[in-house]
Design a protein around this ligand. Structure first.
Ligand code: FAD
Length: 446
């Protein structure tokens, strides 16, 4: 492919990874980021925020030789540990023996990719530069610094990797037949933490994702390298159990005492963090098309932001990189075809993972505490272990495979219908592992 000048808007997770992909192909890459260089400012020095990385993300990192380095600092989480109000723990493995999702530091991952892009691949990162305009015909873009100084950047191609509030997308929105929706869910989130134990160890099981499911709201915790856990409380903004109703310190303490007593005992900084950390909103972005004129393309959250309950937002953005890279390898200089194929392939998958992520929210906050749901999962797992060629659980399709999201969704719907029939067998609680149930499942799947 002819060497091109590439502009990437946004040096977040997806932009940084895509910059490495493009630079490795020999293109000249300029990446512009609104924020300062976090490696210098030490913004991530205080609060650790982590993310669950799974197979789709790993594949994209492997594609640029980053997998081994990130694996060294990633913590495998093999199962969900559910905490009930009385402190009883129940467990649910994520996949087969040895399969895990991985807790990684958001800041650490981003910084590693920026450093690789800059130091080894010759990408030029311009910090404190906010994109204010893009010419969709020519891929020329304009950036403004804190002093109001504007620079113009010409390029052959421009990628908008500037996240939920994408400036590039906002410009595309003004073009004919651009379809767009931005939806907020009624829940928001607040990040809190469980510090390491006195001896520096983990206060609760290290290699697990912890969930305190409470119906309309939930707390989750993912482990960090230093023995701490980053917790996230997901709760409605308004209503009975809501952020709005937790105004004073006493309200917060009383709420935690009655709903998350075991977690509260491990959160000495709860009140300080409650006040310092923002309550943030959660939204979904859908739009189409994702590209214009064979010149400009959206990638990552700018084109398909989703709610975080399947742990797939970043993974899906990283998969965009894998797919785009494959298309560049197939079609070379024919960028029109590359972009057209990219949006046609990825749009149904982005819609599917958006839908699955909303469904998983219900599963995490309500169903993980529901005995029928746990029984259903046990039956599925037993059948999948015995007949792996006939049944791959939906969670595994999404998390531990590269099956397209929209195929996974369709298969998940088929499995749902089958499992509803199985769960309605009289006395299923007693005979869930019987030959009768197994034979009925065999009949229904074929
Ligand atoms: P971003 O990470 O948002 O990066 C966009 C970048 O563009 C930023 O650096 C921003 O400063 C910059 N920018 C914005 N506007 C401009 C502009 N005008 N000019 C220049 N630069 C600009 N995903 C998972 O896979 N697993 C998880 O466990 C997970 N957990 C999550 C938990 C929460 C609470 C949330 C909110 C999200 C979670 N996600 C998770 C989703 C994940 O964070 C996103 O999908 C991912 O960050 C998207 O990456 P991105 O690079 O597309 O966008």
């Amino acid at each position: 492919m002819t060497k091109k000048e590439i502009t990437i808007v946004g040096a977040g997770l997806v932009g940084s990874l895509w910059a490495v992909y493009m630079a490795k192909k020999g293109h000249k890459v300029n990446m512009y980021e609104r924020r300062p260089d976090t490696r210098k400012e030490g913004v991530y020095g205080g609060r650790s925020i982590n993310l669950a990385l799974s197979d789709r993300g790993w594949k994209a990192l492997r594609g640029v030789g980053l997998e081994d380095e990130i694996r060294k600092v990633a913590i495998p989480m093999y199962r969900r540990v559910m905490h009930s109000v009385d402190g009883t723990l129940t467990y649910q493995p994520y996949g087969k023996e040895g399969q895990a999702i991985y807790s990684v530091s958001r800041g650490g991952l981003n910084q590693t990719m920026m450093s690789l892009a800059e130091q080894h691949e010759g990408v030029k990162i311009h910090f404190d530069q906010k994109c204010t305009g893009v010419d969709l015909e020519t891929a020329t873009a304009w950036f403004e610094d804190d002093h109001g100084k504007i620079v113009e950047q010409e390029a052959d191609l421009l990628f908008g990797a500037d996240g939920f509030y994408s400036a590039v997308r906002q410009i595309m929105q003004k073009t004919d037949r651009f379809t767009y929706s931005q939806t907020y869910i009624e829940h928001g989130y607040k990040e809190l933490s469980i510090p390491p134990a006195e001896d520096g160890g983990f206060r609760i099981e290290k290699n697990a994702l912890h969930i305190w499911p409470r119906g309309g709201f939930m707390l989750i915790a993912l482990p960090n390298q230093d023995g701490s856990f980053t917790c996230t409380l997901f709760m409605p903004f308004e209503g009975e159990n809501s952020f709005e109703n937790l105004k004073g310190d006493d309200d917060v303490l009383q709420f935690f005492r009655s709903t998350f007593p075991d977690a509260l005992a491990m959160m000495p900084d709860l009140i300080v963090e409650w006040k310092e950390n923002p309550t943030s909103s959660l939204g979904i972005i859908r739009c189409f098309p994702w590209t214009r004129n064979g010149k400009v393309a959206l990638i990552g959250d700018s084109s398909h932001a989703i709610v975080p309950f399947y742990g797939q937002g970043m993974n899906a953005g990283f998969e965009d990189c894998t797919v785009l890279n494959e298309l560049f390898e197939i079609y070379g200089d024919d960028v029109d075809t590359i972009f057209r194929q990219y949006e046609l392939i990825r749009k149904p998958d982005a819609d599917a993972i958006a839908e699955l992520a909303m469904r998983n929210f219900v599963e995490m906050r309500d169903l993980t505490a529901d005995p029928d749901f746990l029984l259903r999962k046990k039956i599925e797992r037993r059948f999948a272990d015995k007949y792996p060629e006939k049944w791959l659980p939906l969670y595994s399709m999404v998390t531990f495979s590269h099956i397209r999201y929209h195929d996974a969704l369709a298969e998940g719907n088929r499995q749902d219908a089958i499992m509803s029939k199985i769960m309605s067998i009289p006395g299923i609680e007693q005979k869930w592992d019987s030959v009768e149930v197994e034979n009925r499942l065999l009949e229904l799947v074929s």
